[in-house]
Design a protein. Sequence first.
Length: 684
Amino acid sequence: MKARRCIAPLVGALAVTLLAAPGALHAQAVPLEPGQVRSGSLSTGDTLRYTFEAGDDFLLYGEVNQISVDVVVSIVNADGQQLGNWDGPGRGPEAFSTTIRESGEYTIRVAPFEDEEGDFEIQIYQLEARSDDPETLADQLMFAYSRPDGPGGAVRVWRDGRTVFSRAYGLADLTHGIPFDTRTPTNIGSTSKQFTAFAVLLEQERGNLSLDDHLRDHFPEFPEFTEGVTIRNLLTHTSGLREFLNLYAISGLDTRSLNRDDVLRAVERQPALQNEPGGEFNYNNTAFSLAAQIVEKTSGQDFDDYMRENVFEPLGMNDSYVRMTPSTIIPGKSEGYTPGGDGWTAPGDLGGAVGAGGIYASVEDLERWGQNLLSPSPRVGTAAMVEAMMTEFVLNDGEGSGYGFGLFIDEQRGLERVHHGGADVSHRSMLVLYPEINAGLTAQSNASSFNSGGTAFDLAAAHFGDAMEPEEPDAEAPGTDEAFDPETYDLDDFERFEGSYSLDPQPQMVARFWRDGETLHVQLTGQPALEIRPTGPARFDLVSVAASIVFEEGDPAPGLTLYQSGQEVHATRVEAEGAEGEEAPTWEPTPEELEAFTGRYYSAEIETFYTVTLERPEDDPEGDPRLVVSQLRLGEITLRPAERDTFSGGNGVTLEFERDRHGAVIAVYADATRTRDVRFARVR
C-alpha cells in the first residue's frame, strides 16, 4: 500500500503541479490497441512504454490494474512533452484519461512508485474522435462513469425555459447496485454556497439582517479583531478568517469528524485576521458556515428547515435536502466513492459542512434552481437579490475579485458565465449559468475522479457555442508567434524575467526562474527544477510538461500567467531577501544549518505538537540528512528547502521558521493553502 504522508490535504483548492516525466526508460515500446490487455512486470528503476496512435481531438480513457505494484502513469507526445501524470491508489485500477489535441503517436509510460516492484495489466477502454453532436459528446465525456460496476453521474442542460438534454449514467449505490437517476439526490459540495448566499439575502429582504452587519453583531463571543468583518465579507470570501478545514488538517484531525461547533472554535481561537476585511479574496469555508448559522439566528429555524420551507418546497425541489451532519439520512441519495487499494471505497462526507456545503440535490432540482436564478419567481426571492449575487465584488484596492455572493463570474468565449463547482470527500458537482442567453447546465458524479468543471464547460460549448465567440486556435496560452524562431532568442533578454513569482491563489507557492548558461529553468516550491524553452518573445513552454508561461511587460516583469490543463493561474513578482533587494540565491542548507531547526514546537491555537528531527534517508544511509517533521496523527513528513528558513512539506503546505534577534530559531509558522501563519512556538 502507498505510504504517502502530507501535513494537510488540499480541500477544494486550486492545486498547480509541474510534474516531471519519469526518468530512465527500459525495453522497447509495445504497441497497445484499444481493448487489448497487456501484462507487465516492474523492477525498481524500470519504466515500461506502450504506444498508440490517435487523431486530432481524440478522447482517451484507460486503466492500469495494479496487481502487486503501485505505479505512476504518464503520457507524452512524440516530442517528449507530457500531457498528464496519474498517481492515485496503491493497488487496483489506476485510471488515466485526457484529450489528444493533435494526431500522432503517443506513449504511455508506466513506472513504479518509489522502489516498488511487481506486476500490472494495462488496457485502453476508450480512444475515439470527439463528437460534434452534443448528446453523443455527453456520452463520451461520461464514459468512465457509465461502467456497469462503478459510480456514475448525471447531466442536465436547459435553455429558454426548456430542458434540452438530461441523462444519468452508472450507479448511485455500488453496494445495492442502484442506478444513478436524474432525480438522485447527490452531494453538491461547495455548489451549496449560492444557496447559503440566497438565504442570507432573503433574510435581508425580510429586514432580519443587513449585509453590513458586523460579525460580532451575531457572534458577540468572537474576538474583538473580528469587529470589522461584515456579512458581506463572509459571502465574498474576503473576511480574513482562517479556513477551518485546512486549519484542523494540519493538526492531523480527520475532517469528516468535525462539526459546526468546531468552526466557531476555530474563529474564537484565531489570534488575528489573515488579511484586512475586503482586502483579499481567499476562498473560505469558515465564512459560509458562519453565514448559515446567522440565518438560523435571525430566522429562529434550523438551516435544513429554513431551506426546505423557503426555497426547496416553493421551487418544487423535492429531491433536495440539507444534510446537517454526515449521519443524517438522505432518502435515495448517491453514495460517494473514491479509488482505493481494493477498488472503490465509500469514505463518507465532510463534517461541519453546512452552509459551505452539505446540500444534496438532483440535476432535475438544480435545473429548477437555475431557472429561478435566470428568471426569479415572485414566490422565491427577487430580481434584485439575484443581481446582487451575480455582481462582482470589488476589493479594497479597486481590483475585481471574480466572485459575487456564492458565485464565480467570468466569461466563456465572450459569453458571460456564472458558476460554482463543488467537491466533498468523493462527490463532484458543477452548476453553470449563461444569463445572456437564459441557459445553463449542471453535471455531477459520486466519483472523486470526476472533472465536473471541465465536463460542464465542454458541454456548454457544445450546446451554446452558437452564442459564443469562435474558439481561438491557441486560447490556452497567448503569445505564440508562428514566425518566432527559438534559435534566434537572445538569452540576455531573459534577465527581465528572472526572479521569483508568488501564485496569487496560493501565495506560499513560489515559482523561481533563472538561467544556467544556455539553459532556462523554472522551479515551483517543493518541486524539482524543470527546463523551459522560448516559444515567443515573452512566452515559454515547459519541456517535459504540457504547460506554458507568459510574462507581463516590464523590466523586470511584474508578473506572469501559468497556463496548464485548461487553467490560468496568475503570479506576482516577489522580492526575496537579499543584498540591496536582489533575488536571494537558491538555498541549499548544510547539515549544520539544518540542525538549528530541530526541536519540539507547540501551537496553542490548535493544541498540537510538531517534532522536527534530522534523519538520513532509509534507502541511502550515507546520503545527506534531511529535515523531517512528525506528529502523532500525521506521521513523518520530509521537508524540502525553499527560500531561506522556509521548507515545503508537500500539498501546498509551507513551514517558515522564525529567529530571534540573536539568530536562534524560536518558532515555526505553518501555511496550509487558505490558512496562514499558524504559529508553533519552540518548547525545546
